[in-house]
Design a protein around this ligand. Structure first.
Ligand code: ZN
Length: 493
């Protein structure tokens, strides 16, 4: 036995590969016409095919196949001209056929890649393969006093399995990979990527080794990480567990382990099966598929702008700061709203400010998102144009006019609200001068502080003047006027 101090883990590295299962957003299952719905009463969406009754025959869902193709193309995979289906044999109560129809030696897509971004550092992660397979049912353990129940609503739901190369080197990279992958699948509209509900699932293969060592050490597979945060947290824990084993002079045994999100612990479920344990063989009831160039091109044409391309467009072509661009890319609906504002003639930076920050306060208060708030981008653009033209100040637009537009559910134009409520910006020098004079008279203490050299009190005085103008003063007129009056007072002393 070596003691813990004998191993210097600072020279070791972590190796992670992820196997992701994404449930495709088809209306029906992969080999039958049953609906794919989450949360319905058990066994209400089943038929002889997905129940695995003798004599029933599967028929491939073409929409599922094309969604899978779309994902593979977006991930830069090479497509196999010829692909076939295989039975993966194992026994489990949630698998009535005792085999899963999957793909083994001839998956339809291989050798793709996914770019991740970790605080500005880009890294490309290889994708080994993408294949199509059916999901199993679910065991329900807490609904019955004695024993467990089986719910087969999920049995036969289409999944794509996306296997990464062991290119990930830290738990944070693994999380970034999952987030980037989910974003792409969401942009493609092929998966709703809800990790809590299980429409996006992830198994992590984790090993550690001294840096410079070519061979991989034995890996262990972790399951049941049902959030992006848990993916990172579980790998951190697994690395610690493996270090302890090596430090004590032990050997890591290949195994499958379950993460517990409540305790943060991982326990071993079983020692790992080899592929040969599954006795894969070709599925006799489904014909192989030969892909045509025409079909590939037709699917390729349905791929719209992907997250990284959108990020490039926002930063390089529109000149947005990376932080703004990242937010608009991450929140796809906000990005679409932003694009519509720009299309309606608003400059990118004010449009981004509006979408990311100005509109968010009142929307959060009301618990509604911008894309579902009832005010169209065109109507918002009218509001922002009033600000741009100086007819309205930004604060009034955000705090008074926009809430009134929300109340009217888009039935009232910004200009009408401004007029009705008398919210127009005051740019008139006479009115602003009067307000400044009043405030300077009333705020002797602040004025004295300024004269004594405290420049920062300008902001407080500015706030008082704006208040006197009911928040409607034009800051571009008010601020210089206030500053020149104050400077004159300081000069006199
Ligand atoms: Zn069915």
């Amino acid at each position: 036995m070596t003691s813990a101090a004998a191993v210097d883990f600072s020279t070791w590295e972590t190796i992670v590969g992820l196997e992701v299962h994404a449930q495709l957003k088809t209306r029906t299952k992969l080999y039958c016409g049953c609906r794919t719905v989450f949360g319905d009463p058990p066994n209400t969406h089943v038929c002889p095919v997905c129940l695995g009754l003798p004599g029933s025959l599967p028929v491939l869902n073409e929409t599922a196949f094309e969604m899978a193709l779309k994902a593979a193309l977006a991930l830069g995979c090479g497509l196999a001209p010829f692909t076939k289906w295989d039975r993966k044999n194992y026994y489990y109560p949630d698998l009535p056929k005792n085999y899963q129809i999957s793909q083994y030696d001839l998956p339809f897509a291989t050798r793709g890649k996914l770019e991740i971004d970790l605080d500005g550092a880009r890294k490309t992660i290889g994708i080994t393969r993408v294949h199509l397979e059916e999901d199993a049912g679910k065991l329900v353990h807490d609904a019955h006093a004695r024993g467990s129940g089986v719910d087969l609503n999920r049995a036969g739901t289409p999944l794509i399995e996306i296997v990464s190369e062991p290119d990930l080197r830290t738990p944070a990279e693994a999380r970034a990979y999952m987030e980037a992958l989910a974003r792409i699948l969401e942009y493609l509209d092929v998966c709703d990527c809800n990790m809590q509900e299980g429409s996006l699932r992830c198994d992590a293969n984790v090993s550690i080794r001294p840096r410079g060592q070519q061979a991989f050490n034995t890996r262990r597979e972790i399951k049941n990480m049902n959030s992006f945060r848990f993916v990172e947290q579980a790998i951190v824990q697994e690395v610690e567990d493996q270090k302890r084993i090596y430090a004590e002079g032990g050997k890591v045994v290949q195994s499958t382990r379950l993460f517990n999100g409540q305790t943060g612990e991982i326990r071993t479920m079983r020692t790992k099966e080899e592929a040969s344990d599954y006795r894969y063989f070709p599925e006799p009831d489904l014909p192989p598929v030969t892909l045509s160039e025409a079909q590939i091109e037709r699917v390729r044409a349905t791929i719209e702008e992907l997250p990284e391309a959108r990020f490039e467009r926002y930063t390089k072509r529109m000149g947005l700061p990376e932080k703004d661009a990242r937010t608009l890319v991450d929140y796809r609906a906000q990005g679409a709203y932003f694009d519509a504002l720009v299309k309606a003639g608003i400059e990118p930076k004010p449009a981004a400010n509006w979408v990311i920050s100005d509109s968010q306060g009142v929307l959060k208060e009301r618990g509604v998102s911008l894309d579902a708030c009832g005010v169209t981008p065109g109507q918002c653009a009218e509001l922002l144009k009033l600000v741009e033209q100086g007819a309205l100040n930004r604060a009034t637009a955000k705090e008074k006019v926009f809430p009134a537009m929300l109340d009217a559910k888009g039935a009232k134009h910004a200009a009408a609200i401004v007029q009705e409520q008398g919210l127009a910006q005051v740019s008139d020098t006479g009115a602003i001068e009067r307000a400044v004079a009043e405030v300077l008279k009333a705020e002797q203490k602040l004025v004295a502080d300024y004269v004594a050299g405290k420049d920062a009190v300008v902001n407080a005085l500015f706030g008082r003047c704006m208040k006197a103008l009911k928040g409607q003063g034009n800051p571009q007129v008010l601020r210089p006027l206030l500053e020149s009056k104050l400077q004159a007072l300081r000069a006199k002393n």
